[in-house]
Design a protein around this ligand. Structure first.
Ligand code: ADP
Ligand code: MG
Length: 628
């Protein structure tokens, strides 16, 4: 038996551990279980190399709660520690045993699979325990078992003990302010969070199952108690992609997100070992334009040990909308986010993932275009976001990014250019693509465009204005116009204006009359000679104004435009016979009633007439029915 002081430079490191080391005290469980996993994998390695004579048996880790004794115990049957090893690896705090092991077996493959980069590791137990004991028996037959005990101060006790079975029990005497860690539900929640995919089976209590006993007609179902294993030691991402089918990936998705009702649209299996190590499975979820975006769904693991679900800085922002798992031992842990973002390995990993995602999308598009089209509406947000935030991805996406028209047909940008070029090029040789943000409410405009043989795209995602801006800057002589931003003849100008039925004097007389009748703060009156069978009044929202406003609402663009008041163009068709009627009306009241009625109809056709104005309008219309 020996007594002594733990080798630390600070006078008393324990209060620091307890208070400041991790804001998340719960991390201690991950640390202890990681050590138990390490001990098990190390023993496997030694045995395989013929450096241990131990019978491996079934390697297993167990977590036990004893409410009466107020202890939480983590046990393993891994390689164990002799007193000398405890002295070296536990007491000489600064020395990491994992480091030594990895160095020694570096070139022997799975030595690198040893976890050991989590910082203070074992000592994090003191965040929740007032006393910690180690009972350990080394795999080396001759070495006597060891007992270590420490009460959260630099004093420790180290003695021989009579533990018979190989392996290590870490016993935590839970502190009075941490009794939550004696609750089964709390521990099982933590195990589920941190240990779900660890490579060694972890037992936590028992559970009842029904099994069949006997055969044929004699078979009966009996209840029996079995170990409750909380983890899946061989999750899908650790397997070779060619051994898995679609249903296996779907099952893995349910394993990851047991509470999700949705099925993923497709998956990407990452599997690289050079020049960096990266495995994982990413899933494309369905994303609807008005859905809450959920970012922290991808989980980061290091050799199957859960690290975090905040992947900011590790994968490009647009891909944080994906679901799934990434596992890499090349990602430095316990460093600041800004350090992570500048880390070379992380940068490579990030661009590799982007490339893989682009590869997969291109492959899906080529393999089964119809199927890809059927998924497009659900994935376009992620892809459009990627195209806007990542230059390389924008280029790659030219091959698979789709544009849907109001008839529900899908085109790549090149296909759409070819389709619309001839008809939709204006007299100044500018190719104009028309789009609608809502086929219902912009129906009359779409109908006018289609009557001319033009095609109209449906662009209804929140990033549209940014995307259009981007497409316009990368494609010369091309512009986008929303169908309701002007009269169709103005949007795609074919020939010079047709002659006006009204004389210049008549127009000059009519304009102030209309301006005096409609709400000045809302309408800009615009006199146009359209064809005589066109509506007398048309309400439009100028493309430039609207786009600026949308862009400022979704970030970028001009600041402060979000608070801009609603403004419309009131296009007055000077060739409509209705204008003659207004001019020849001598009663001023009747004249303004005609103008109001006309503009109200224009508003109504676009679902812009609301509240009192709508009530009055309908009332008047009914009254007229009675009068006639
Ligand atoms: P790290 O895991 O980074 O080395 P820890 O503080 O977690 O740091 O552990 C220190 C060392 O103690 C380990 O490297 C290992 O040698 C030893 N150790 C801890 N727990 C166990 C265990 N359950 N079985 C065998 N050795 C262990
Ligand atoms: Mg450790």
């Amino acid at each position: 038996m020996s007594q002594g002081k733990i080798n630390v430079t600070a006078d008393n490191i324990f209060p620091i551990i307890k208070k400041f080391l991790y804001s998340d005290h719960e991390i201690f469980l991950r640390e202890l279980i990681s050590n138990a996993v390490d001990a098990s994998i190390k023993l496997k390695t030694l045995s395989r190399l013929g450096e241990s004579k131990a019978e491996l048996g079934e390697l297993q880790i167990e977590v036990k709660i004893d409410k009466e004794a107020k202890t939480l115990t983590v046990s393993d049957n891994g390689l164990g520690m002799s007193t000398e090893e405890i002295e070296k690896y536990i007491n000489q705090l600064a020395f990491s045993g994992a480091e030594e092991f990895v160095k020694k077996y570096e070139d022997k493959s799975d030595a690198a699979a040893i976890i050991g980069h989590f910082g203070l590791g074992f000592y994090s137990a003191f965040m929740v325990a007032k006393k910690v004991e180690i009972f350990s028996k080394s795999h080396v037959e001759e070495a006597p078992a060891a007992h270590w005990s420490c009460e959260g101060d630099p004093e420790f006790l180290l003695e021989e003990t009579d533990k018979k079975e190989r392996g290590t029990d870490i016993v935590l005497h839970i502190a009075d302010d941490s009794t939550e860690f004696l609750e089964e539900s709390k521990i099982s929640g933590l195990l589920n969070k941190y240990c779900k995919f660890l490579p060694i089976p972890i037992k936590f209590g028992t559970k009842e199952v029904t099994v069949k006993e006997g055969e044929g007609d004699d078979a009966k179902e009996v209840k029996t108690t079995v170990d409750n294993i909380i983890n899946n030691p061989e999750p899908a991402w650790t397997k070779t992609p060619s051994t898995l089918e679609d249903k296996d990936y779907k099952a893995f998705y349910r394993e990851l997100y047991p509470h999700s009702f949705e099925e993923p649209l497709f998956h990407i299996h990452l599997n690289v070992d050079y020049p960096f190590n990266l495995t994982g499975v990413l899933f494309f979820p369905r994303i609807k334009p008005n859905m809450d975006l959920q970012k922290n769904k991808i989980q980061l693991y290091q050799n199957q040990v859960y690290v975090t679900d905040n992947l900011e800085g590790i994968v490009p922002d647009f891909l944080t909308l994906l679901h799934g798992v990434i596992d890499s031992k090349d990602i430095p842990l316990n460093v600041s986010r800004s350090y992570l973002q500048s880390d070379g390995a992380v940068k490579k990993i990030s661009s590799h993932i982007t490339k893989k995602v682009a590869d997969k999308l291109e492959e899906l598009f080529k393999k089964d275009r119809k199927d890809f089209e059927s998924k497009w509406d659900d994935i376009k947000m992620i892809i459009e976001y990627g195209m806007l935030s990542d230059e390389k991805f924008y280029d790659r996406a030219q091959k698979f990014a789709l544009y849907k028209n109001v008839k529900g047909e899908y085109f790549t940008f090149d296909e759409y250019k070819t389709k619309t070029k001839d008809l939709q090029t204006d007299k100044d040789d500018k190719h104009v693509m028309l789009y609608s943000s809502n086929a219902e409410s912009q129906h009359s405009f779409i109908a006018r465009a289609e009557a001319k043989g033009y095609d109209v795209l449906l662009m209804d995602s929140p990033l549209v204005s940014h995307l259009l801006q981007r497409l316009e800057t990368t494609n010369e002589k091309l512009s986008f116009a929303r169908v309701d931003s002007d009269h169709i003849d103005k949007l795609i100008k074919k020939e010079d204006d047709q002659p006006s039925k009204l004389t210049a004097e008549e127009i000059d007389k009519l304009k102030p009359i209309i301006e005096g009748t409609v709400e000045k703060s809302k309408f800009i009156v615009q006199m146009e000679n359209l064809s005589s069978d066109e509506s007398p009044f048309i309400i439009t929202v100028p493309e430039f104004m609207r786009r600026m406003k949308e862009m400022s609402l979704t970030g970028g663009g001009m600041m402060g435009m979000g608070e801009m008041p609603e403004m419309y163009n009131l296009v007055v068709n000077t060739n409509s016979d209705f204008m003659g009627k207004i001019l020849s009306e001598s009663d001023a009241d009747k004249q303004s009633a005609l103008i109001k009625e006309g503009t109200n109809l224009a508003l109504l056709s676009q679902n812009l007439l609301h509240g009192e104005a709508l009530t009055k309008f309908v009332e008047n219309a009914f009254n007229r029915l009675n009068d006639n």
